[in-house]
Write a protein that binds this ligand. Sequence first.
Ligand code: ADP
Ligand code: MG
Length: 344
Amino acid sequence: MGTGAQNGILFKDAAAIETLRHVDTLIVDKTGTLTEGKPTVDRIIPTADMSQDAILQMAASLEQASEHPIARALVKAAQIRNLQLSAPLEFKAVSGFGATGRVDQQSIALGNLTLMHQCNISVTPVEASEVQSQIEGRSVVYVGINGSIVGFITLSDHVKTSTSEALNMLTQSGVHIVMATGDHHRAAAHIGNQLGIHSIHADVTPEGKLALVELFQNDGRIVAMAGDGINDAPALAKANIGIAMGTGTDIAINTAQITLVKGDLRGIAAAKQLSVATVRNMKQNLLFALLYNTIGIPIAAGVLYPFTGMLLSPMIAALAMSLSSLSVVGNALRLGLSQKRQMA
Ligand code: ADP
Ligand code: MG
């Protein structure tokens, strides 16, 4: 645990170290886990008679109350344009879909297509196809005000520089990688193709992520789930091992057994390797202890006495006892040192 902590991998309990080496499936969230989770606003496209600034002002005002990465991006974009934000009322986060509330006496809904349907906001086929033509793998947020669509906002996010290497390391150690995201299919496929992830589940709700974990578990697989958001928490709790990004939400961190402080996914491969080495070390230690006892106890009981007249004085027994502790501690320290060297 100490070696992990020094390398930005926080284990909540020792059981996680033992289980991790058996993991054969990693389900991974996209936004904030594979990607930086720091999206930036690309375009604001009005579909009704409303200016870009007015749309952004409404959207960002509502998002002041949200901790979703998209929310932070919208607020930042509004600040860059020097827009005056209003205080949101009746804010409600709809995890995995978006958010709703009231701003300047108007009701506003922000999020994906499903949220618009839930709020009875109709998106015409023309509008939907316009969105399709603009997104090219970006995330999209529909903006509905007082029950009708006024426009949509596209955002793009970068894959973390460490992600590709991390996935290669895990694939090589025999782990099957699956992406599960609440984002739409084109955005998911865009990132999946960049990273060579073939198993992609898009438009997945928080319950859907949980169901996916169960699906693999029922198949006899040992599943790790990596995520950063409130929407990932149920799946993090259900997985054999939940892995949260330290850059993510508190809920995710509290639910997971492992936290990667800087959100660097290479930590998962390193932690898995640490798990293998730790359990090997534990077995070696048991062997040491067993060895001292299987030799010492029979001699002390006198098995050699008839042949050689040899007995063990209690002082030697005490010495052997301490030596056994020393070898166990020494071996554990050796692991600590060699792991530190490897991880550095
Ligand atoms: P992921 O699973 O990739 O982390 P989420 O489940 O958090 O993604 O979000 C899925 C989709 O729901 C987003 O792409 C966005 O369209 C919408 N969404 C979620 N939360 C918000 C929000 N606070 N503001 C706007 N849109 C949101
Ligand atoms: Mg996420």
